[in-house]
Design a protein around this ligand. Structure first.
Ligand code: PLP
Length: 410
C-alpha cells in the first residue's frame, strides 16, 4: 500500500461525506476517538441554543418546554437503534461506573443465593472496582471471580449468579462472543451484564439477538457525545419491571412530583434514573447521535476493521525492525475498532507522535493505542500516521526528556 492507494480508497469511501459533519482539529491526525470522540458541528449550535434560549431565557420551564425531563429516554432510543435494542429499553444517564453499580446490584439481588460474580482480567478496571465495592459492602459471602478472558465460557457454572463482561477489550480489542457467552450463562441460570464501552458506535450491536439481560456503555467515545456526556443503560424488557437497583432516587420514582416519602420504582427502564442529569451534555449527545442517521453499522464496522488491518500491517512492515509488534489477534472479525502496538518505549514514542499531531494514547505497561473511527478517519490518515511513527522511531525522536516524563492522564 502506498499513499496514492490510500487516497484512492478515500475517493471510493461511502462514509467520506460524513467527515464534514465533524470539526476535525487542524494539523492533527486524531486517532483517539475511542477515548474522546471529536466535536460534531451540530452539537455546537444545539448547545448554544440550550445555553442561550433554554437555560438563559426559558429557565425552569425548559424541563417541559424543551423536553429536558424526557431527554434521557429520547437519547436512549437513538442509542438503542445502534446497539440492537428496542425503543424504550435504553436510558442515557450517569456514568458507566454508576450505572454498573445500579445494574449489578439489581442483578445480584435477582440471583441472591448464588455468590459468584464472574468477570475477566481484560475487563476495564473500573468495572472490577465497582464489583469489589459492592461485594465488600454486602459482606455476606458474595465474591468477584476474575478469570482469563479465554476462560470465561468454561467458568460459567451454576454457582455463578452474574456474568459481567466487556465485549471489546480496551487494550487488545478482542471481542467476546456475546451470543455464546449469553447462551451458556442462561443455560446455567446466570444473568449477564455486557459493557459496550468500546463497541457502541463502532461494532454492530445485537443486544436482543444475543438475548442480553443488561448492558451499559459510554457515549463520549465512538458516539462523540463530548467530555462527560452521559452513559447509557439497557435492561431487557422481560426484566425491566422485575429488578430494582440498590441506588435509587427521585428521578426513578413512579411519581416523582408527588414527593412521596417512600420509594416506588417507575415502570420500565426509567427506574434506573436517579437524580438530575447534565442537560448541556445531554443536548450535545442528542445532536451528536444524528450523525448516525442512515448509517449501516455493518458497513461502518467493515471500514473500521479495514483501517485497523491496514494500520497494523503497515506499522509492522515499516516499523517491525524498531521493535513494533501488534498486541492481540490478527483475526479482524473478532476485534473492535482500535489497535494497540507494543513497544518498550511506548510512552515516549506516543508523546513524540502527539507532539507531531498524531494523537493516540498510552496504556500501561507498554502499549500505544490508536482508535479508528470510520465516521471521520480517512485512509490517508491511517497511512500518514504510520509514516510519522516510522520517522519517530527511525530517528529516535522519542528519546527526549520532555517525552519521557509521565503526565497525569495518559
Ligand atoms: C471507558 C470505559 C469505562 C468508563 O467508565 P465511566 O464510569 O463512564 O468513566 C468503563 N468501562 C469500560 C469497559 C470502558 O472502556
Amino acid at each position: 500500500m502506498n499513499r496514492k492507494e490510500a487516497i484512492a480508497l478515500d475517493r471510493k469511501d461511502p462514509f467520506a461525506k460524513k467527515r464534514k459533519l465533524f470539526q476535525l482539529p487542524k494539523g492533527k491526525i486524531y486517532l483517539d476517538g475511542n477515548s474522546l470522540g471529536v466535536l460534531p458541528k451540530a452539537a455546537v449550535a444545539r448547545v448554544k441554543h440550550a445555553v442561550e434560549v433554554e437555560w438563559g431565557g426559558d429557565l425552569i420551564s425548559s424541563w417541559n418546554k424543551h423536553g429536558w425531563w424526557e431527554l434521557p429516554h429520547k437519547v436512549g432510543d437513538k442509542i438503542a437503534k445502534l446497539i440492537g435494542a428496542p425503543s424504550g429499553s435504553v436510558v442515557a444517564i450517569d456514568t458507566i461506573s454508576v450505572n454498573l453499580f445500579k445494574v449489578l446490584s439489581a442483578a445480584i439481588n435477582k440471583r441472591y443465593e448464588r455468590k459468584i460474580i464472574l468477570s475477566d482480567s481484560g475487563n476495564f478496571p473500573s468495572d472490577l472496582y465497582v464489583a469489589q465495592g459492592i461485594t465488600q459492602f454486602m459482606n455476606d459471602g458474595h465474591v468477584l471471580k476474575v478469570v482469563e478472558p479465554e476462560q470465561v465460557f468454561d467458568a460459567i457454572t451454576e454457582e455463578v449468579g452474574v456474568v459481567m463482561v466487556t465485549e471489546v477489550d480496551y487494550r487488545s480489542a478482542r471481542r467476546h462472543d456475546m451470543k455464546a457467552i449469553t447462551a451458556r450463562a442462561h443455560a446455567k441460570g446466570c444473568l449477564v451484564i455486557w459493557d459496550l464501552a468500546h463497541s457502541a458506535g463502532a461494532v454492530p450491536g445485537r443486544l436482543m439477538e444475543v438475548d442480553a439481560d443488561f448492558a451499559l456503555g459510554c457515549t463520549y467515545k465512538y458516539l462523540n457525545g463530548g467530555p462527560g456526556s452521559p452513559a447509557f443503560v439497557f435492561v431487557h424488557p422481560r426484566l425491566q419491571n422485575e429488578v430494582v437497583p440498590a441506588l435509587v432516587g427521585w428521578w426513578g420514582h413512579a411519581n416523582p412530583f408527588a414527593f412521596d416519602q417512600t420509594f416506588l420504582p417507575a415502570h420500565g427502564v426509567a427506574r434506573f434514573r436517579v437524580g438530575t442529569q447534565p442537560m448541556l451534555n445531554l443536548v450535545a449527545l442528542d445532536a451528536a447521535l444524528d450523525a448516525y442517521q442512515g448509517v449501516s453499522m455493518q458497513k461502518l464496522y467493515g471500514k473500521g476493521k479495514k483501517q485497523c488491518a491496514m494500520f497494523a500491517d503497515l506499522a509492522e512492515a515499516r516499523c517491525g525492525k524498531y521493535g513494533i509488534t501488534l498486541f492481540g489477534s490478527r483475526n479482524w472479525d473478532e476485534r473492535g475498532s482500535h489497535v494497540c502496538l507494543e513497544h518498550k518505549n511506548a510512552y515516549a514514542v506516543m508523546q513524540a507522535l502527539i507532539a507531531r499531531g498524531v494523537v493516540g494514547d498510552f496504556r500501561a505497561p507498554n502499549l500505544m493505542r490508536f482508535g479508528f473511527t470510520p465516521m471521520y478517519t480517512s485512509y490517508a490518515d491511517v497511512y500518514d500516521a504510520v509514516e510519522h511513527l516510522h520517522e519517530v522511531l527511525a530517528q529516535r525522536l522519542w528519546n527526549k526528556k520532555k517525552f519521557l516524563a509521565r503526565k497525569a492522564v495518559t
